[in-house]
Design a protein around this ligand. Structure first.
Ligand SMILES: Nc1nc2c(c(=O)[nH]1)N[C@H]1C(S)=C(S)[C@@H](COP(=O)(O)O)O[C@H]1N2
Ligand SMILES: [Mo]
Length: 454
């Protein structure tokens, strides 16, 4: 495996000019007491150890070589004419960000159509996943379906079977909500032992978007659905995978389930179900049926193939547990994480993501010594129900080996388990619903590795 395909993460390095005492002064001159002092002291400690003066960061004005220090060689971008706007176009990231890609885990699947590409969590900020980096999971390939030909049908226990065009759906009252989607198989490789090197592959079947669409309950009411006896809805996708999933009616009557066409302010991406997908907040990804073409109202679970054979949890006694829909409380540190390198001791911002299919994140604790001591992380706003929550914590690395972990708690009081706790109930041969605490080992040479502590 090529190094750059394993680690598409940013190398964690403080800009060199910050490490000089004058750089620190300039940056923190306006700084208040408290956290900024903590950061300043961390940088000062690192700078004290640095022998030679550091070069100024590239792109800053530098004195002309051998000449008058007051005459500056300005970089071209400060003096020349920049590029013009395109007549029309769709914006792209900087060419310097070309390494930021969703990626397949080499060797994980035999075909690209029944496969996964993982989101590069190690390089993302905040809580929203850019649409072009949203993870992808297909059972039979993806399609770019003509929205003018797409139809959405409602049948089963309804007064009137109905068929909607996209235009008809988009005329109805809409909602826009931020929610995470996590494949039930996220972190599946780690059940027995560590298996993959980076957070992209351990946790990258996870994304968070603002979804826009019509609450499914609105559409069911239009069709006169029997909401008393109709306890379940079957959702069916329009691709060749025959993706059908049973959705409990209680999730729908709460208004949470959305028939969505929008993602982060524009139409869904084809890979994510364009032009229509089901959004089932808090529930595992497989129920978020893409290319949604039909829902049927029924009075019992459908036991479809993806409920009877797949997406079941193997228990230690050999039985399978079905219909474990909810993605329970979970978190992961995204920096520092496996494959990244800390180039020097000193200050680092530990950052990560926490989420729960049961509601809001209430608190995240972080340990840097393998779970012996914990400190409470800062939750950044917004903290939304069934969405990713960003957490941050100040840390000074003393250059010694450190094991970094995060442990989330949600508003229902559920706390993320250790591997030991999870395995004592679930065994080691399961696939789905691994929400154990993740550990990253920072080695003395700064390299960060995926490890498990017992
Ligand atoms: N029609 C259809 N819907 C589908 C799937 C599929 O293969 N076909 N895969 C499911 C699975 S297992 C997951 S995890 C999510 C992935 O959604 P994404 O590709 O937008 O990340 O879609 C779900 N919905
Ligand atoms: Mo999935």
């Amino acid at each position: 495996m090529k190094e750059d395909s394993i680690n598409s993460g940013r190398v964690q390095k403080a800009p060199e000019s910050f490490l000089t005492p004058s750089g620190i002064k300039a940056v923190f001159a306006e700084g208040k007491k408290g956290r900024r002092d903590f950061i300043r002291n961390a940088f000062a400690a690192a700078a004290a150890g640095a022998a030679a003066p550091m070069a100024m960061a590239q792109g800053n004005p530098v004195p002309a070589e051998g000449g008058d220090p007051n005459i500056l060689n300005l970089p071209e971008h400060a003096t020349g004419l920049g590029q013009g706007v395109a007549v029309e176009g769709y914006g792209k990231p900087s060419k310097f960000e070309a390494n930021l890609q969703r990626r397949q885990s080499p060797g994980l699947t035999q075909t690209t159509q029944a496969s996964v590409s993982f989101a590069p969590l190690q390089s993302l900020f905040g809580i929203v996943t850019p649409s072009g980096l949203h993870f992808e999971r297909h059972h039979q390939g993806w399609w770019d379906i003509d929205p003018s030909k797409h139809r959405f049908m409602i049948n089963g226990m309804v007064k009137k079977n109905m068929v909607f065009t996209m235009d008809e759906i988009m005329r109805l009252p809409s909602v826009s909500r931020f929610h995470f989607i996590e494949c039930g198989a996220n972190t599946a490789t780690e059940w027995g032992n560590v298996a993959v090197p980076t957070v992209q592959y351990t946790h990258g079947m996870l994304s968070c978007s603002e979804f826009t669409g019509v609450p499914l309950i609105t559409l069911l009411e239009l069709a006169g659905a029997d909401l008393k006896n109709g306890k379940f809805v079957l959702a069916e996708g329009g691709d060749g995978s025959s993706m059908t999933r049973t959705i409990p009616m209680s999730l729908i009557t709460s208004g949470e389930v959305i028939v969505a066409y929008g993602q982060n302010g524009e139409m869904l991406r084809p890979e994510n179900g364009y032009p229509l997908r089901l959004v089932v907040p808090g529930v595992q990804g497989v129920s978020w049926v893409k290319y949604l073409r039909r829902v049927e109202v029924g009075d019992k679970p459908y036991a479809a193939k993806d409920e009877a054979i797949h997406y079941v949890d193997l228990q230690p006694d050999g039985t399978h547990r079905q219909y474990t829909n909810i993605q329970e409380v979970k978190s992961v540190v995204t920096t520092p994480s496996g494959g990244q390198v800390l180039l020097d001791k000193g200050f680092y911002n530990i950052t990560g993501l926490a989420w729960s299919g049961k509601g809001k994140i209430k608190r995240v604790d972080v340990s840097t010594d393998g779970g012996r001591n914990w400190r409470q992380a800062r939750l950044e706003t917004p903290v939304l129900s069934k969405a990713l929550t960003r957490f941050n914590l100040d840390w000074v690395w003393d250059g010694k080996p450190a094991i970094i972990q995060s442990r989330a708690q949600d508003e229902t009081g559920h706390v993320q388990p250790t591997y030991q706790q999870l395995r004592s109930v679930r065994g080691t041969r399961s696939i789905y619903h691994n929400n154990a605490i993740q550990s990253w080992l920072v080695q003395e040479n700064g390299e960060v590795k995926n490890v498990q502590v017992s």
